[in-house]
Structure formats: C-alpha cells, structure tokens
Design a binder for this molecule. Structure first.
Ligand code: HEC
Ligand code: HEC
Length: 234
C-alpha cells in the first residue's frame, strides 16, 4: 500500500471525535493568544523527513499517547494522564483554561489516533518519553561566547523557519516586535521563553522555550545575529 492510500484510509476511518480533535489541535482560538497546538508541535513521526520545514519549540506529538510519562515526570505524580500534560500547554502557552468535557475527549481521541501502537520489534525496547533536552541557562550570563559571532546569513533561514510565524519579519504579530534586539536578549528569550522551565513564569507571558533538542547553541547564535541586524521600525 502506498503511503497516500494508507493516509486516505486513516482519514476515512477517523471518528467524529478524532475529527473534532484535529480541528481543536489546529485551532488558534483554543486559548486566548491566537496560537494553536499546531504552531508549536508537528504531528509527523519523523520531522526531518516528513515535516514541513518549520522548527517548532515543541517536539512532534506523534506517538505521544503511547509514552509512559510526559513532561519528564517519570513517576507520573504531576501528570497522571495525557490530558493533564496537555493542560499545561493550554494554560501556560495558550492562555486558556484546562480542557474539560467534549473538548478534552476529542483532543485525546486525536492524540491517540496519531499514536499507533509500536511495532512488535520496537516494543521490546524500553519505552521512553523523548527527553525534553532543556537548555536552562537562566542564571548564566547570556553574553557568553557560544552565542557570539553568529552567522546572520544562516540565521535568516532559521529565523523564518522558527520565529517568523509569531514575530513576522521581526515585527509585531501575535508576539511583540523584536527587530534589533541584542544577541543576549534573543538568546535568553529563545532558551527561557516565558520562564516556565525555571518554575518562574512571568505573569501573562506565554512565549515558548526552545530546548537543545530543538535548536543548538550554534543555531541560536545565528538567529540572534540575524535578529540583531534587523532595523526596528520607527
Ligand atoms: C507556544 C508553544 C506551545 C503550544 C501552543 C503548545 N505546546 Fe505543547 N509543548 C511546548 C513545549 C515547548 C513543550 C516542552 C518540550 C516538548 O516536550 O516538546 C511542550 C510539551 C507538550 C507535551 C509533553 C510531551 C512529552 O512527551 O513530554 C504535550 C503532551 C503537549 N505539549 C501537547 C500540546 C497540545 C495538545 C497543545 C494544544 C492544546 C500544545 N501542546 C500547545 C510548546 C507548546
Ligand atoms: C508561538 C509564538 C512564538 C514563537 C514561535 C517565538 N516567539 Fe518570541 N515571543 C513570543 C511572545 C508571546 C513573546 C512576548 C513575551 C511572552 O509572552 O513571554 C515573545 C518574546 C520574545 C522576545 C523578547 C521581546 C520582548 O520585548 O520581550 C524575543 C527576543 C523573542 N521572543 C525572540 C524569538 C525568537 C528568536 C524566536 C525563534 C527562535 C521566537 N521568539 C519564537 C512568542 C513566540
């Protein structure tokens, strides 16, 4: 079976809940800030091969319902189920309220749909939640060597893949204008986002962080070099 036919089969068999969940996933109106789950998470198995070229702050949610735990909570103390792990994003990255009732059910159905059981061969391997490779540098000085001397030319391409959607051309969009920001400020914003990872979220702030698994130090340096060369609009 070709992938296309397989996909058509998958869509045809989708239940109303799955369809509703897919809509919610792509809905910028789910929370309050105009950002959808799909803004920050791909849903393909292999982003490098099957992705759309965008670099999102969150990892792909393919297989997420099969993971033994979420958000690094190995003992499943904070997040006993997937819905609870999702609510963190809804509240802190979308400014919404925890999902209840039909919306919770639909989104769960969709996330299960994109989480087929692993093939037998893979099942034997210890399942593990892909690590959130954090890059917590909150207490460090961002004016450090590995964010300096970035290549603005390379940064341009990365910027359009990672940042443009919320900061169009560095100007204000669903997020504030950042053109001309200093390299240190850009590195800090990319690594920390709204401060959630440090357990110190700035009130009302919902920008995402990019862990090391999403953007390398080099890539952050390149993006920062590019943003710092942009002319702020006067
Ligand atoms: C502004 C960006 C942003 C938005 C919007 C967002 N997320 Fe996230 N999400 C993240 C980041 C960053 C993480 C932590 C890194 C990671 O696990 O990908 C995360 C983590 C998660 C995790 C934990 C994954 C794991 O294996 O530990 C789940 C589940 C999740 N998000 C689901 C959702 C769903 C469903 C929505 C929409 C209702 C959503 N997210 C909206 C950025 C976002
Ligand atoms: C999902 C939307 C989103 C994406 C993608 C995003 N940002 Fe942001 N960013 C925000 C929001 C919203 C703020 C405002 C502060 C807050 O709410 O936490 C912000 C703030 C910033 C700031 C600080 C500006 C200020 O005046 O406070 C910088 C610098 C920045 N972002 C850089 C970047 C870079 C570089 C990228 C790409 C790697 C990026 N952002 C990707 C939403 C986003």
């Amino acid at each position: 079976m070709t992938p296309v036919i397989a996909l058509v089969g998958l869509l045809a068999s989708a239940s109303p809940d799955v369809q509703g969940g897919r809509q919610l996933f792509n809905d910028p109106g789910l929370g309050k800030n105009g950002v959808a789950c799909a803004t920050c998470h791909a849903v393909v198995r292999n982003e490098a091969e099957d992705g759309d070229g965008r670099i999102r702050s969150g990892q792909t949610l393919w297989g997420v319902a099969q993971r033994p735990f979420w958000r690094g909570d190995r003992g499943r103390r904070l997040h006993r189920n997937l819905g609870s792990a999702v609510d963190v994003c809804v509240q802190l990255f979308q400014g919404g309220r925890p999902l209840t009732g039909r919306r919770r059910r639909q989104l769960r159905a969709y996330l299960r749909q994109i989480s087929p059981p692993p093939r037998k061969k893979q099942r034997r391997r210890a399942p593990d939640s892909p690590r959130i490779r954090t890059a917590l540098e909150a207490d460090l000085d961002y004016d450090r060597p590995h964010y300096q001397n970035g290549d603005a030319k390379r940064g341009r391409g990365l910027f359009y893949r990672a940042c443009h959607q919320c900061h169009p051309h560095g100007r204000a969009g669903v997020a504030p204008a950042i053109a001309g920001a200093s390299v240190a400020d850009v590195a800090k914003a990319v690594r920390e986002g709204n401060g959630l990872l440090r357990g110190a979220r700035r009130a009302g702030a919902w920008s995402p962080f990019y862990g090391l698994g999403r953007l390398s130090h080099r890539q952050v340096a390149d993006i920062a070099a590019f943003v710092s060369t942009l002319q702020p609009k006067r």
